[in-house]
Design a protein around this ligand. Structure first.
Ligand code: 5GP
Ligand code: ZN
Length: 115
């Protein structure tokens, strides 16, 4: 995808604060963090959202989840972390290239407040 912002970051056309990179994935700090540690893990392959993933992506998605946990610990989140995947407009997704948010440090409130 030529005009996708995360594809441009993956290609090095837009700078990022890199956390990790290999042939298949890239992790980088969120430009507008919601917690002391907030980075994203993306596949280099353009997938608009989790809703576009299918069985051919199972190994990639599995790798990404395991990597999310490893990178969270390497970023100092020894006590745990939050992973968020916003999917589609109904899920509040703003950048339409699949990404896992990894968030932690400080005070992480319950994700959904119930009255
Ligand atoms: P979404 O709402 O789609 O799940 O999350 C998109 C995230 O991408 C937001 O947290 C936003 O701060 C982050 N973001 C948007 N543009 C950029 C960018 O150019 N660089 C970085 N590092 N993060 C970005
Ligand atoms: Zn993309």
């Amino acid at each position: 995808m030529t005009d996708c912002i995360f594809c441009k970051i993956a290609r090095g056309e837009i700078p990022c604060r890199k956390v990790y990179e290999d042939d298949e994935v890239l992790a980088f700090h969120d430009i507008n963090p919601v917690a002391p540690v907030h980075f994203m893990l993306i596949p280099k392959l353009h997938l608009a959202s989790l809703a576009e993933a299918d069985a051919t992506h199972a190994a990639l998605l599995g790798r990404m989840l395991l990597l999310a946990s490893r990178l969270a610990k390497e970023q100092g989140l020894e006590n745990g972390f939050r992973t968020v995947i916003n999917t589609g407009s109904g899920g509040g997704q703003e950048v339409f290239h699949l990404h896992i948010h990894i968030i932690g440090g400080g005070n992480i409130p319950p994700m959904v407040r119930r009255s």
